[in-house]
Design a protein around this ligand. Sequence first.
Ligand SMILES: NC(=O)c1ccc[n+]([C@@H]2O[C@H](COP(=O)([O-])OP(=O)(O)OC[C@H]3O[C@@H](n4cnc5c(N)ncnc54)[C@H](O)[C@@H]3O)[C@@H](O)[C@H]2O)c1
Length: 258
Amino acid sequence: MLNLTGKNALVTGIANNRSIAWGIAQQLHQAGAELGVTYLPDEKGRFEKKVRDLVEPLQPSVFLPCNVQDDAQIDATFEAIEKQWGKLDILIHCLAFANKEDLSGEFSQTSRQGFTTALEISTYSLTRLAAAAKPLMKEGGSIVTMTYLGGVKVIPNYNVMGIAKSGLEMSVRYLAAELGPSNIRVNAISAGPIRTLASSAVGGILDMIHHVEQIAPLRRTVTQLEVGNTATFLSSDLASGITGQVLYVDAGYEIMGM
Ligand SMILES: NC(=O)c1ccc[n+]([C@@H]2O[C@H](COP(=O)([O-])OP(=O)(O)OC[C@H]3O[C@@H](n4cnc5c(N)ncnc54)[C@H](O)[C@@H]3O)[C@@H](O)[C@H]2O)c1
């Protein structure tokens, strides 16, 4: 039942070999899924080359730029998927952004622009991508996004991203309720802290990881591949009864009170 052969999976959010999306892509591929990959384009094409070289062994049959702030790029991505695959089964939303200056210091000092940008990219994009995916998920489907404990409890420096993740988790519930009758499931994975490009922008990330290593029941944090295993499970028929949930993959840290 964890065989994803014949399933088409679009993975967003691969930036480099530390990306959680890279861990997810590898595990989906191992389970037999056909992969599509999008990357965030930049003017000099550096991201494109880096991501193309990285994912080459997984032989994605779709490889496209998709800045989620640009409706035209989103529409082009899903048009290409319709043309190439005819249907989509799995959508992995694994991206976020906030200005570095909004990820430390006083939350009350978050600028209007910083707040809007963080929520547009990190929260609204899930809804926008889900709307584009819905008509292509003709045989039902699974949408998985990535969240963090800082959307539920106050974590020092996480600041505006906590608001974004809180909104993301609620978006998962509204989307799950709307898309359930079409047999499209929507879930979030709340991962423990992992060193990545995005997390290095959060003030004190290494201290956070060290703290988790002391406190979490498993006395460690998690890896990208462990998150990838859970995303693969949620995308498979083994999880056919699960929707609207936030699943913690955090070595148990979330249960601790002290
Ligand atoms: N690393 C952690 O500790 C941790 C913990 C819990 C949740 N998460 C979440 O996991 C997800 C992936 O982050 P990561 O830690 O792997 O870092 P990452 O930097 O590898 O991935 C973030 C991705 O977001 C993409 N992105 C940013 N702005 C974009 C835009 N406008 N359009 C399209 N893509 C855009 C980047 O290109 C990058 O690929 C994020 O949602 C993050 O909040 C991370």
